[in-house]
Design a binder for this molecule. Structure first.
Ligand SMILES: [Zn+2]
Ligand SMILES: [Zn+2]
Length: 426
């Protein structure tokens, strides 16, 4: 990827901010595993490194160890059996092993990257991701979800200096992972609606150029839907590029607005519920994809059916909200909602801008028909049952997720509009 061009296009941005990111090199190409050592050496990566993988990802990255050896890298290895969730215990383990190395290479996706991202940040080590599947949008992220005492929260972390992905490996990744990556990408449409809407109602910072980066990357993925499940290097490479691009967009914007909206918060609600109960909560992109389909439909239905509104000051029933969260989360919910984000919204203004909100929804989102067709073509699941979410939990997640963020979302406005999101999901 031509990172310099992206940065150059962002120079003198009309939004008034200076946009930068820390990632120096992104190499996505066919058969480039053999060049890993060379790419890292050219990027100035230190020669003494800790490589972290699990048995599956190390097998997928066949050839990486000789490629590093050839360029004179001294590699210390930590290979887990099967890494499914990133826990603080493993962050500590990686940090201890990283004491006498200068760089950390994560071989894999999701949780492995999250662990190494945090350890690299805290130990000030240069960080590289060697991606083995295009499964989620966090590659270029600078935060990571880590579980501590069965509680998942976002930790500050290092954006990788180098991201390497061999399209032969990406294309051969399990279909479930590639389809998850697709689900995580289509979510960006909802993210863009929520971002635009917040700018309109609260004056939150917004950058048209960054929103366009996300939109272009997402449109590209939609066009490739039919090829996601194939062993196609072109499709897998394009998904990877788009996923990396949205991560860079977040860093450019200095917030996660370009990559996530209400659907990510719904997914987070479900995740918290399950993690607290010791249940593994399915792949990120899979849950996000299901939430995106439901909210895409709900947003359209709201725009279609609610022609005008009578907005009132936020009528949230707070006792009910707290009853829908486990006690361990109550302090967070309290902090996030005092003041609560609707304090920034004037009912009269919301009422006056309703036609504009309807227009934003209709012009930003794909139709339900198109999205369903693309999700199915991409092998992505669309039913809540497929991510093990029973109806009652689904209902709670759709109604009560907005309180987990201090963030304007269309779903957060329901108590000001006297609407129930559940009336719009079919
Ligand atoms: Zn800008
Ligand atoms: Zn995501």
């Amino acid at each position: 990827m031509d990172l310099n061009k992206i940065l150059k296009d962002m120079e003198n941005c009309p939004c008034g901010r200076v946009h930068t990111f820390d990632t120096k090199v992104v190499e996505i190409g066919s058969g480039i595993t053999a060049k890993t050592g060379k790419i890292l050496a050219d990027a100035g990566f230190p020669k003494t490194v800790l490589l972290v993988a699990d048995e599956n990802t190390l097998a997928a990255a066949d050839g990486i160890l000789p490629a590093l050896k050839e360029e004179g890298f001294h590699v210390k290895k930590l290979v887990y059996e099967n890494m499914k969730s990133a826990r603080v215990e493993q962050v500590v383990e990686i940090e201890a092993l990283a004491e006498d190395v200068d760089g950390i290479i994560s071989v894999g996706t999701g949780s492995l990257n999250d662990l190494c991202r945090v350890a690299s940040f805290r130990k000030k080590k240069m960080f590289c991701i060697f991606a083995t599947a295009p499964s989620m949008d966090g590659f270029a992220s600078d935060t990571a979800p880590i579980i501590e005492n069965n509680f998942k929260s976002s930790w500050q972390a290092a954006q990788p200096a180098v991201i390497i992905a061999d399209t032969k490996i990406l294309a051969a990744a399990p279909v479930e992972l590639k389809s998850s990556g697709f689900g995580d990408m289509v979510a960006k449409y909802i993210g863009l609606v929520d971002w635009k809407l917040s700018t309109l109602l609260t004056g939150e910072y917004y950058c048209e150029n960054i929103a366009n980066l996300t939109k272009t990357a997402t449109d590209r993925i939609m066009d490739l839907a039919e090829r996601v499940t194939e062993n196609s290097e072109e499709a897998a490479g394009a998904i990877m590029e788009s996923l990396v691009m949205t991560g860079l967009a977040m860093k450019l914007a200095g917030c996660s607005r370009p990559a996530s909206g209400a659907e990510h918060v719904v997914s987070h609600y479900l995740e918290c519920y399950k993690v607290i109960r010791g249940i593994w909560p399915d792949y990120h992109g899979k849950k996000v994809g299901v939430a995106t389909v439901l909210l895409n439909r709900a947003y359209h239905n709201i725009a279609d059916r609610v022609e005008s509104v009578t907005a009132v000051p936020d009528a949230t029933d707070w006792d009910e909200v707290y009853s829908k969260y486990d006690a361990v989360l109550h302090d967070d919910i309290k902090k996030l909602n005092n003041p609560t984000v609707t304090d920034e919204v004037d009912p009269a203004d919301l009422q006056a801008k309703w036609p504009e909100i309807r227009r934003i929804i209709k012009e930003t989102l794909p139709t339900d028909e198109v999205l369903m067709k693309k999700m199915k073509a991409a092998g992505a699941v669309v039913d809540p049952e497929a991510v093990h979410v029973p109806p009652a939990l689904l209902q709670d997640s759709l109604r009560f997720h907005p309180y987990m963020r201090h963030r304007m979302l269309l779903t957060r406005l329901m108590p000001m509009l006297n609407l129930d999101i559940m009336d719009f999901i079919d």
